[in-house]
Design a protein around this ligand. Structure first.
Ligand SMILES: C=C(O[C@@H]1C=C(C(=O)O)C=C[C@H]1O)C(=O)O
Length: 484
């Protein structure tokens, strides 16, 4: 078999693209899975023409609840099965995952007929917000704080192009390949959660305004400028939660958000931490929120006159503009060392979502061509996400003081809430969102799911208003579980 170097897109793809014709059998050797020199993946992407269009078409393809997804406006990726899984821990969770990913890429054999972002070899990932989680040590010392998963099968769409990627491991003779790989995952019917009972999480709704008041007092005392404080709500369901039920409802109703699912972390986030594509980077920064009032059972993104008034109120609110400015500055400062040029708009726009409106700024940049001058690889989207995390949109300003205050007063194990979630490809490009408007299905008990929401607090914040805002931010996941 001939192995040819990667060609095509600039940006020095790191995986080898092999050149055998599609009908030839896959190579195999006797190396056992997980051999000391690491696993070798064989990846094949072909164009497909039978994927229907529509917001939920990708999610509808998922055969079971072990869903790996990243979907927006009907475009994106849906993966299932696990060819490889890497778990990482603590402060090194991003760097270790990035290293392991590069090792996989160096050996992978990729035959990609489609060559679009997301085709070929991809891994989905989800990372904890904090370097350490309260309770980690006592409750579950083995709990990983980062995970990268390479699916067995991925279906993708970008505009009019759709594709199918299959992944096998060299030497893994027991695993099905090609067509057999698809039939190895029979489609199981999607099940709803049945009756859902919601209860207070770590800090009850009645006590949470007190936590916010403490945050405000610390800001007013001059300890810091902004802190993001969060709370959780625990849902107990009659039936085990099937992630596809949640994903279908989120993808249909929250079309402008990125609907994600990685290893039990599910949500529809409006906030893009970083997208890296062919040397260009982009980040959608959100901070500053106003609730939308609407009746009915289905979230409705259509605006009315009252909405326009609220949007204008938000765009003029000095408290929200201040909160927003902190978040934009933190993202711009973190991206700057990687970029030769950047565009940071002076004023935010108002993003309309079915439940809330946000002040939003799209920051863009051109990555410095470090590869050309130093021979080093350009930073992967995962290492960019690591550099940007945690932005002031989910932590605060200054970062260290805010993180310290969160640990001190929030009383919540955020786990992967507000951490980076997304995917990385073979050339390092990828998309990472912030895991907001999200919930974590318990790995131990699939009838137990924790919903999260947080709010940026500044000196002028009002605890009761922040509680109401947190309720509005819980709405997407409550809707996904159909408790509203
Ligand atoms: C922290 C969350 O959202 C963040 C906080 C916002 C705010 O306080 O205005 C707005 C968008 C997000 O950056 C959340 O949804 O849990």
């Amino acid at each position: 078999m001939t192995v040819s170097p990667a060609g095509g897109a600039p940006g020095a793809p790191t995986a080898a693209y092999e050149s055998w014709p599609a009908q030839e059998p896959l190579p195999s050797d006797d190396a056992p899975r997980g051999a000391p020199d690491g696993p070798q993946l064989v990846v094949r992407t072909v164009a497909i023409d039978d994927l229907p269009e529509g917001r939920t078409a990708l999610v509808d393809r998922l055969p079971d609840g072990n869903a790996l997804t990243w979907v927006r406006h009907g475009d994106g990726l849906a993966g299932w099965g696990e060819a490889l899984r890497f778990e990482t821990f603590g402060p090194g969770r991003f760097a270790d995952a990035d290293d392991k990913w590069r090792q996989v890429l160096d050996k992978a054999l990729v035959h990609d007929d489609v060559r679009l972002p997301g085709s070929g070899l991809v891994a989905f990932g989800s990372f904890a917000f904090d370097d350490v989680s309260p309770g980690d040590e006592e409750e579950d010392p083995a709990r990983a704080s980062g995970v990268l998963i390479v699916p067995r099968v991925v279906v993708g769409r970008r505009g009019e192009h759709a594709w199918l990627t299959t992944v096998s491991l060299v030497g893994d003779r027991s695993a099905p390949v090609g067509e057999d790989l698809l039939s190895a995952y029979p489609h199981r019917p999607v099940t709803g959660p049945g009756r859902v009972v919601l209860a207070d999480g770590a800090v009850g709704a009645a006590d949470w305004p007190g936590v916010v008041a403490e945050g405000i007092a610390r800001i007013q005392a001059g300890e810091l400028e902004k802190v993001v404080l969060a709370r959780d709500v625990v849902a107990s369901t009659e039936h085990p939660v099937d992630a596809r039920h949640l994903l279908g409802r989120l993808a249909a109703a929250y079309d402008a958000c990125w609907t994600f699912s990685v290893d039990g972390m599910v949500g529809a986030t409006p906030e893009l931490l970083v997208r890296s594509e062919k040397g260009l980077v982009a980040s959608r920064v959100l901070a500053g929120t106003i609730r939308r009032e609407h009746g009915g059972d289905t979230p409705d993104a259509q605006g009315d006159d009252a909405d326009l008034l609220r949007a204008a109120q938000l765009a003029r609110s000095s408290k929200d503009l201040e909160e927003h400015e902190f978040a934009v500055r933190s993202v711009a400062a973190a991206l700057e060392p990687f970029c030769s040029s950047m565009n940071v708009p002076e004023a935010p726009f108002v993003l309309h979502l079915p439940n809330v409106m946000h002040l939003a700024t799209d920051v863009t940049g051109v990555l410095t061509d470090q590869g050309a001058t130093s021979g080093r690889r350009p930073p992967s989207s995962l290492s960019l996400a690591a550099a940007l995390h945690p932005s002031a949109a989910v932590c605060g300003t200054p970062t260290q003081a805010a993180r310290g205050l969160i640990r001190e007063i929030e009383g919540l194990d955020r786990a992967r809430y507000a951490g980076p979630v997304g995917w990385v490809g073979a050339d390092g490009d990828g998309e990472w969102g912030i895991a907001l408007r999200s919930a974590e299905i318990s790995a131990k008990n699939p009838r137990h799911i924790r919903l999260f929401a947080g709010c940026g607090i500044v000196a002028a914040s009002d605890p009761a208003a922040e509680l109401a805002e947190s309720e509005a931010k819980l709405e997407p996941m409550r809707y996904a579980l159909a408790t509203r």
